[in-house]
Ligand binder design. Structure first.
Ligand code: PMP
Ligand code: GLN
Length: 373
């Protein structure tokens, strides 16, 4: 399989000493308590294999978090599996629940892992596009995409790369279709705490009749700015979670013990600490959005996540992939072309995703460099 766009752009950034606004990772440390808890766990000697399903304290912290934040009744024993990042939870769920020839619907643009995993297992990803500038769900297009081979809908809200947040009404139309056609929903909610302004994240599992057919995926890396730790999880009803565990035990078996202790501590931080994690990021979103607009670009409003999408056509660009491949060498900035999140680039040939999760001075420097274009 080809190198992922994130590896490619981070490699080009390193080779050209460029500012990396491609792969989404923050450049500041996460909450002190989270890092301290992981270090303390190492010093206590908690460095051996954890249970494949995850250490009890983290499973309890995840279940408790789902209850406190969303009123979801998740069982710490049986309803949670800790994985090596949300990535492993997502791919294990798809591999466990889909067979070759099955169809899985994803809102397009979609995170590249869904398409790659579908291809690896011989399933077909059927894209249903949401369009700039407001990325509203077209429920009739979603309904029309369902066939007798459809088994699953993969959702991602808050949404990478657009920064869209699905509304309760949109989620209800998805739920109606899932229930009517007896589909499983795999809900990728890794950006659940990185939501700006008055926007509200609603897990689809909270809608009537949805918990029993939904696997919800979270990521400690995203929530606590420690993307390199790769601690994620899946929650849901016991039968679906058992399927994820059944597959993931043959991949990583288990994820790093001390890092699980760190994330458990993070999830137990007071709710207002979690609620304010996104404040600083919202300001950075504004900094980057305003700066890109000053360069004459159309920038689509991002309601959440690490990302902002801009249309670079005013710079004379016709192919964002080519543009992003040359950008690190030309001006010393890396970014990601949105077309890699699409089955077909038609209509999004000039859209580029920039990460805003960087220190202010780094964003300012990147904007200065982009001025040279
Ligand atoms: N889903 C989405 C939408 C993502 O952007 C990412 C990237 N971080 C992941 C899943 C993977 O998360 P993790 O790093 O926890 O594997
Ligand atoms: N989720 C991150 C992004 O969208 C990348 C993760 C990865 O490198 N696989 O930038």
């Amino acid at each position: 399989m080809a190198e992922t766009i994130f590896s490619e752009m981070s490699r080009l950034a390193a080779e050209n000493d460029a500012i990396n606004l491609g792969q989404g990772f923050p450049d500041t440390p996460g909450p002190r308590e989270v890092v301290d808890a992981a270090v303390a766990a190492m010093h206590k000697g908690w460095n051996q294999y954890p249970p494949a399903v995850g250490i009890p304290s983290l499973r309890h912290a995840i279940a408790d978090h789902q209850r406190r934040w969303y009123g979801l009744d998740v069982a710490a024993d049986g309803g949670v599996v800790v994985c090596s990042g949300a990535s492993e939870a997502l791919s294990s769920a798809m591999i466990g629940l889909l067979s070759p020839g099955d169809e899985v619907i994803a809102l397009e643009p979609y995170y590249d892992l869904y398409g790659a995993t579908a291809a690896l297992l011989g399933a077909t990803l059927v894209p249903v596009r949401i369009h700039a500038p407001d990325y509203a769900l077209d429920a009739s297009a979603l309904r029309a995409a369902v066939t007798e081979r459809t088994k699953m809908i993969v959702l991602n809200t808050p949404h990478n790369p657009t920064g869209a947040v699905l509304s309760r009404d949109e989620l209800q139309s998805i739920a109606d279709i899932a229930i009517e056609h007896d589909l499983i929903v795999l809900s990728d909610e890794v950006y659940e705490h990185l939501v700006f302004d008055d926007n509200v994240h609603v897990p689809i599992a909270t809608l009537p009749g949805m918990f029993e057919r939904t696997i919800t995926v979270g990521s400690g890396g995203k929530t606590f700015s420690v993307t390199g730790w790769k601690i994620g999880w899946a929650t849901g009803p016991a039968d679906l979670v058992a399927t994820v565990l059944g597959v993931k035990q043959w991949f990583s078996f288990a994820a790093g013990t001390p890092l699980q202790h760190g994330i458990a501590t993070g999830l137990e931080l007071p709710d207002d600490r979690l609620a304010h994690l996104a404040d600083d990021l919202a300001r950075k979103r504004d900094l980057l959005t305003d700066g890109l607009r000053e360069l004459g670009l159309e920038v689509f409003h991002s309601k959440a996540t690490y990302f902002v999408t801009a249309d670079v056509a005013p710079l004379g660009v016709t192919d964002s992939l080519e543009f992003c491949r040359s950008l690190p060498e030309r001006v010393g900035v890396a970014a990601v072309p949105n077309q890699v999140f699409h089955a077909s680039p038609v209509g999004v040939e000039t859209q580029v995703r920039f990460a805003c999760c960087k220190r202010d001075e780094i964003l300012a420097d990147a904007l200065l460099r982009l001025r040279k274009l």
